[in-house]
Design a protein around this ligand. Structure first.
Ligand code: SF4
Length: 620
């Protein structure tokens, strides 16, 4: 098997004991890698019922077989465990450079078990692996600790760094994990899980190669795919304007949420916050994750004014919407500053922006007053107030302590009808794509394993017509504001998108390739006899496995829902009057997926997918 190093490092934090283990070859064939293999590991070895912040909950970092292979978009790795934010299966993925470097050190993944009695960080330099004291580093923000560790370990070659900031240390439930200042595992609070283990950072340097099974075919495929990825229209758009390139188009099609999802159109906001504006006013250069010809990342600088900032990572579309349209702020410099603070503290910008939008609506309705905010004015559009809340959330100060629990819990604690405008699914705040404009995305939010998610499937690209995969059975185009045929589309999107998450290829790069290309990447790298049919079967099997895990952790039919706010039509804009037909979507989807009335995969469906052991756990 090429691609894999066949070594997973297990670190027992209480005893500092370390072992090299591996997963069975069969699991690699059936779940490929990344979050697929991590979910299987969790099911086999760990306590499903544990509290997410208990030492019993493992933190699993996992590469895919193509991570670090130099095929395009292969920089990604996954971080998984039971989510401190949702209480069910949690996972996040990240680009950047840490995953490939870990592979170069000869390691496919790391499992952290237990919790350390004092702050530590893990240093890996090929086969020299040690846990080191991080007491003096505790409290540093992500930018500071990254610079510090790069300097300390960077004599011959600069290491790659993975770290948490104060938000993770303080167990903010939507804390993120940072890779080299610019890339983040944002969703589902994996930073809080890392903080609960008193694990401040990982530093890695490696010198080994990633061997592939069919080198000649690999070289030919690589050349072809790099050209395809580089030249695709969406790649050119992302390269010149970033992922925020499409905010104007999103406004025209009803994709962009505004004022905590309560209104449907504001072109002034999108003009000020979109990719062209960011590029013209603040961009200093592009940046790319390792092995990526698309290069969608933004590096920005603000020369003067209240949000003056040295050159650093700029916001992506999700952040521009979360700290822009969602809170009615049209000051892009303020968004960039909010992004910098979230990065430094280690906060998921989607959940954080969404939670602040929720707080602004609570303030407008009088559920929260200046007395509770310690004088902060939370009027819509006040980005200075939003930034002050970021500080409070990270430190769990005053109202920040309630908001640090996420919108679902904050709404419960505030009461007085606050649940009416809390916009989350399964406890995960919705990302910046409105299901009223694209009904399939609504179903994908409802059925995504980790809660409202725009990335564990290829729905965003497929339903919006950015990409199409005819060889995988998709139609040429879909009507956004229709629920017709969407159950089947979403299942196909999941069955193709989930193996992308196991392979650990960037979704934006996957949009530029064909479904057959994705299967070929697995075949030439690993040597598995692997076709598109196998890739889709792997997607279905992994979805069922993760769904079963979610069921056992407490997710049921009742959690497959959209929040009331999203089911309330907006009165203006492209999606005016449109809402997904939830009953139809779920009825058809349950039928196609083979789910029972409680939302569990049926026994016979699991057995057919080769998941008999899961069927036994779920159905007895
Ligand atoms: S498209 Fe963007 S996010 Fe994806 S790998 Fe390339 S630079 Fe990274």
């Amino acid at each position: 098997m090429g691609g894999y190093k066949n070594r997973i490092l297990e670190v027992d934090l209480p005893t500092c004991k370390m072992d090299m283990t591996d997963v069975p070859e069969d699991d690699k064939r059936r779940f490929i890698g990344g979050s697929g293999v991590a979910a299987k590991l969790f099911l086999d070895r760990f306590n499903i019922h544990t509290d997410p912040l208990s030492p019993e909950n493992p933190l699993i970092i996992m590469n895919g077989p193509i991570t670090g292979s130099t095929l395009p978009g292969t920089s990604r790795f996954a971080v998984c465990g039971k989510s401190p934010l949702t209480g069910i299966w949690g996972e996040g993925t990240c680009g950047g450079n840490f995953g490939p470097e870990l592979k170069f050190a000869g390691i496919d993944g790391i499992i952290f078990k237990g919790a350390s009695p004092k702050p530590v960080y893990l240093s890996i330099e090929d086969d020299k692996i040690e846990l080191r004291d991080a007491t003096e580093l505790w409290g540093m923000d992500n930018y500071t600790i990254t610079d510090f560790l790069k300097h300390r370990h960077g004599k011959d070659k600069k290491p790659k760094v993975l770290s948490i900031g104060p938000a993770g240390e303080n167990l903010v439930r939507f804390a993120s994990i940072c890779n080299d200042k610019g890339d983040f595992i944002g969703r589902t609070g994996m930073g809080a899980l890392m903080g609960s283990k008193k694990l401040k950072a990982l530093v890695v340097k490696g010198t080994k190669k990633v061997e592939v099974s069919y080198p000649e075919e690999y070289t030919t495929l690589r050349k072809l795919l790099v050209t395809k990825s580089r030249d695709a229209v969406v790649a050119q758009s992302f390269r010149s304007m970033g992922t925020d390139a499409g905010m104007d188009l999103g406004m025209m099609t009803g994709d962009v949420p505004i004022k905590n999802w309560s209104i449907g159109e504001d072109f002034q906001l999108s003009a000020n916050l979109g990719g062209p504006s960011l590029t013209e006013k603040y961009l200093t250069r592009n940046h790319a994750c390792s092995f990526c010809p698309v290069a969608c990342k933004r590096v920005v600088k603000i020369d003067d004014g209240p949000f003056k900032m040295e050159e650093g990572p700029g916001p992506e579309y999700e952040t521009c919407a979360a700290f822009g349209t969602l809170i009615m702020n049209d000051d892009l410099a303020g968004v960039i500053k909010a992004n910098e603070w979230c990065n430094r503290y280690g906060l998921d910008t989607i959940s954080c922006g969404a939670t602040i939008a929720f707080a602004m609506e609570a303030y407008e309705k009088g559920l929260v007053t200046k007395k509770e905010t310690d004088g902060i004015d939370l009027t819509w559009g006040n980005i200075e107030g939003a930034i002050e809340l970021i500080h409070k959330i990270s430190k769990k100060e005053g109202i920040g302590a309630i908001l640090s629990e996420g919108t679902r819990e904050a709404a419960k604690r505030l009461g007085k009808g606050a649940e009416e405008f809390s916009v989350e699914v399964k406890g995960l705040e919705a990302p910046m794509h409105d299901p009223r404009g694209f009904h399939g995305m609504g179903l994908a939010y409802m059925t995504s394993i980790r809660g409202a998610c725009h990335l564990m499937h290829l729905c965003l690209g497929v339903e919006q017509g950015i990409t199409t995969y005819p060889e995988a059975g998709f139609q040429d185009n879909y009507i956004g504001q229709s629920s017709e045929g969407k159950a089947e589309m979403v299942k196909r999107c999941e069955d193709l998108g989930i193996p992308c998450n196991s392979l650990m290829i960037c979704e934006f790069v996957a949009w530029t390739l064909s479904a057959n290309d994705l299967a070929e990447m697995v075949r030439v790298t690993t040597g598995f006899d692997f076709s598109l049919k196998d890739l889709l079967s792997c997607g279905e099997r992994t979805w069922l496995l993760k769904r079963g895990l979610g069921n056992m952790m407490g997710a049921s039919r009742e959690e497959d829902r959209l929040p009331k706010r999203i089911l309330t039509p907006v009165g203006e804009g492209a999606a005016a009057g449109s809402v997904p037909d939830v009953e139809k979507l779920l009825r058809e989807y349950y039928e196609i997926r083979g789910l029972d009335r409680e939302g569990k995969p049926k026994k016979e469906v699991l057995i057919k997918a080769g998941l008999g052991y899961l069927a036994k756990k779920l159905h007895g």
